[in-house]
Write a protein that binds this ligand. Structure first.
Ligand SMILES: Cc1cc2nc3c(=O)[nH]c(=O)nc-3n(C[C@H](O)[C@H](O)[C@H](O)COP(=O)(O)OP(=O)(O)OC[C@H]3O[C@@H](n4cnc5c(N)ncnc54)[C@H](O)[C@@H]3O)c2cc1C
Length: 427
């Protein structure tokens, strides 16, 4: 029987791995590759803030797993993984929301966990009940619906209803969302929607740490902070939230901020069910502990990559690979090689993270960040080069999924769509 490789999670890392393995081991008939995901389509997670603001239409940008599997010699199974039996080497799938089939099992010889992460509410009271999140496409679309509803309400009214938004967490998600929302209100104003203008949109960005975007060096972080201020966003660093209520957020010092819309974008945590995966080791935020070969510490036939894994950066520093799309992409590339070696009985290679730097998009206004390599230490802002470098991570992801010629065609199609459709999704 052919070796069975099962990958759970078709996000930034998992879909790339399934595609790469399908084109190599799958096409050569050396292994059966199966991708499992709780959704039927893939959208690259760093685009979710654009879905929420309406600048990206997910229906146009999504990739269908069934078609991708057919084109690239792997299989797709729709389902939500809920557990595992390591003795019989089988995972348990339940029906994703909206589906009604019964629980079923899929057997594996090698399993790869790539189920990503979601926001960490740090057990803050009221967050789950009163906040919006940006962890999934469904949540991003829900947020888009809420915003649109507010604008349509004010369009139908004779008086302006200012919209107070509190965004908690000044990482990439919170910062990019602030800028996208400011961009969206300007576009909506341009369409003549009554009372929609920057002065009726009050956004406060709250960050418990001493500065925005701690992944950036101090200079770049300050440049982002200034950019947000120029857009009229009220940035408050060193400000922890201790509770979220129906009407706003309560800060650690007792001050209350009123907010119609509360968006939680702080920290990350891997899914809860990983804590009970038949004895596999996890850390305090549920990530599976892996060795540098990406094998889980207690089971060599189970691998993990991306946000749901905790992989040492090296053998000495005690630091770990950060939860970022570029890390998931690099791990998928290494794991493709390692699984071929695994099948051939060769020793596995260690993962070496290459931090290419971080660029943050402030929507159409600016792109700020710092890069490694030839741009090392410089703060990059503005201009076509910054924008091109920012989109290059997504283009690399598309190239891994579609091949370079189709990626270029898709880039052209996106450009033409931008020229022929409304700038914002207003439905
Ligand atoms: C708004 C936003 C902006 C970001 N910007 C950047 C950026 O600019 N640069 C950067 O490097 N990173 C960025 N990130 C982080 C980046 O998106 C993640 O690090 C990356 O997506 C992690 O990839 P992954 O493959 O581990 O998981 P994901 O891409 O999250 O994929 C996980 C997949 O697993 C599936 N899944 C989950 N649970 C189950 C289950 N039980 N059963 C079956 N399937 C399951 C999900 O449906 C999903 O398809 C951003 C994140 C957000 C939210």
């Amino acid at each position: 029987m052919k070796h069975r490789i099962v990958i759970v999670g078709g996000g930034a890392g998992g879909i790339e791995l399934a595609t790469r393995l399908g084109k190599t081991l799958g096409r050569r008939n050396h292994a059966t590759i199966t991708l499992v995901d709780a959704n039927l389509t893939h959208i690259w997670k760093p685009l979710f803030h654009e879905v929420a603001a309406g600048s990206l239409n997910p229906g146009v940008d999504e990739l269908n797993y069934i078609a991708q599997a057919k084109w690239n010699h792997f299989h797709f199974q729709h389902g939500r993984m809920a557990g595992i039996d390591r003795t019989s080497k089988a995972i348990r799938l339940t029906a994703p929301s909206g589906s009604s089939w019964q629980e079923r099992e899929i057997e594996y010889d090698t399993l790869v966990m790539a189920v990503g992460s979601h926001c960490n509410d740090f057990a803050t009271p009221g967050v789950q009940q009163h906040c919006q999140f940006l962890d999934s496409r469904a949540q991003a679309e829900r947020l888009h619906g809420v915003l649109l509803n507010r604008y349509m309400r004010s369009h139908a009214s004779d008086t302006a209803h200012p919209l107070e938004i509190a965004i908690v967490g000044a990482g990439a998600t919170g910062v990019e969302l602030c800028a996208e929302l400011q961009h969206a209100v300007r576009v909506i104003k341009g369409y003549g929607v009554k009372h929609a203008c920057p002065s009726t949109l009050n956004i406060t960005l709250l960050e418990a740490g001493p500065r925005v975007l701690p992944v950036l060096n101090e200079k770049a972080s300050q440049a982002v902070h200034n950019g947000l201020n120029e857009l009229g966003i009220n940035v408050r660093v060193g400000t922890a939230v201790k509770e979220v209520t129906e009407n706003g957020v309560v800060l650690a010092d007792g001050e209350t901020l009123n907010a119609d819309l509360k968006i939680w974008a702080a920290g990350i945590k891997a899914p809860e069910f990983l804590k009970t995966l038949d004895g596999l080791e996890t850390n305090r935020i549920n990530q599976l502990n892996v060795k540098r070969t990406l094998q889980t510490t207690l089971d060599d036939s189970i691998f993990a990559l991306g946000d749901c894994s905790s992989c040492p950066l090296d053998d000495t520093s005690g630091r770990f690979v950060p939860p970022r799309a570029q890390a998931a992409n690099q791990q998928a590339a290494l794991l493709c090689k390692n699984l071929e070696r695994h099948l051939d009985g060769e020793p596995l290679l260690d993962f070496k993270y290459e931090d290419k730097g971080t660029l943050i998009s402030l929507a159409s206004f600016d792109t700020v960040g710092s890069l490694n390599g030839i741009f090392s230490g410089k703060v990059i802002t503005r201009g076509l080069i910054a924008k091109t470098l920012y989109t290059s991570l997504y283009r690399l992801h598309q190239a891994a999924l579609y091949g370079t010629p189709r990626m270029l065609l898709k880039a052209l199609a996106e450009y033409l769509q931008r020229k022929t459709r409304p700038k914002l999704r207003l439905h």
